[in-house]
Write a protein that binds this ligand. Structure first.
Ligand code: AMP
Length: 248
């Protein structure tokens, strides 16, 4: 099954509205992906999205998309978010929630969603839970990708991103067909600004500090599905599908 959907309403926010048709309800999944920066959440989210037809909703992609716009096209919230992101620091809960509020239709979508990078704090998790409760739906699972920190550094240093379609590559484990060019849109691949060594260290610390309460919260609700993230992306994906099947 390949059910890639239109993410422009998520990436750009209002006034853009989603043009995708909801998928059949039996395929609807509402998943949250957790795991430290560099663990491969974006790649797994793309696989899960293609399998289930639910949109890959990444808050980092919203900020990276906004960064490509001229600064007078950025809302004050996005302007502030980009400044935080460039230094590897977490964007404040208030700003993240303001940006999410503008995109709640994506969280209410009957096609489900694969959330990547949100929620990142206990407060964001509570806001998500309140919204889903209001909609009368709930998360199916929270997948926690696990990898030792030295392997994370190797992953991040080889990571390349398409600035146009946001496809993620890796120089050794997931190289593009033509070196330095996106397979889909042929754009020149870039190293993310927050993948530069200084920002990486700050991001890892920020993740450890903010994620502990989040993991506790989802573990207490019995929703946490751990998945070992070593090896090829396809192997991690196979482990993810198995873990979800066993867990359900
Ligand atoms: P990511 O692509 O998920 O690694 O996000 C890139 C950067 O965007 C992070 O290092 C943060 O600076 C910022 N960011 C993304 N999502 C969030 C969030 N939910 N809360 C706070 N900051 C975020």
């Amino acid at each position: 099954m390949n059910l890639q959907r239109d993410r422009s309403a998520w990436l750009h926010g209002p006034p853009l509205v989603c043009q995708s048709q909801p998928v059949h309800p039996t395929h609807c999944r509402r998943l949250v992906l957790l795991g430290p920066p560099g663990v491969g959440k974006g790649t797994q989210a793309a696989f899960l999205s293609a399998t289930y037809g639910a949109c890959h909703l990444s808050t980092g992609d919203i900020f990276r998309t906004a960064r490509q716009c001229h600064s007078n096209e950025q809302s004050p919230a996005l302007h502030e978010a980009i400044a935080h992101m460039n230094e590897g620091r977490l964007v404040t809960d208030e700003t993240v929630l303001e940006i999410i509020r503008e995109r709640t239709t994506c969280l209410s979508c009957r096609g489900g969603f694969i959330l990547d990078g949100f929620p990142r704090t206990a407060l964001q998790a509570e806001a998500l839970e309140a919204h889903l409760g209001y909609e009368g739906v709930s998360l199916d699972a929270v997948i926690n990708y696990e990898l030792p920190v030295d392997e994370l550094i190797v992953r991040i240093s080889g990571r390349r991103l398409c600035p146009d379609c946001k496809a993620v590559y890796h120089v050794t484990s997931r190289p593009p067909r033509e070196e330095g060019r996106c397979n889909t849109c042929a754009a020149a691949l870039i190293v993310r600004e927050d993948d530069q060594p200084d920002a990486v260290a700050v991001r890892q610390r920020a993740y450890q500090e903010s994620s502990a309460p989040l993991l506790d919260l989802y573990a207490a609700r019995g929703m946490l599905v751990p998945v070992a993230a070593h090896g090829l992306p396809e192997d991690v994906f196979a482990r993810t599908i198995t873990a979800l099947a066993v867990w359900h």
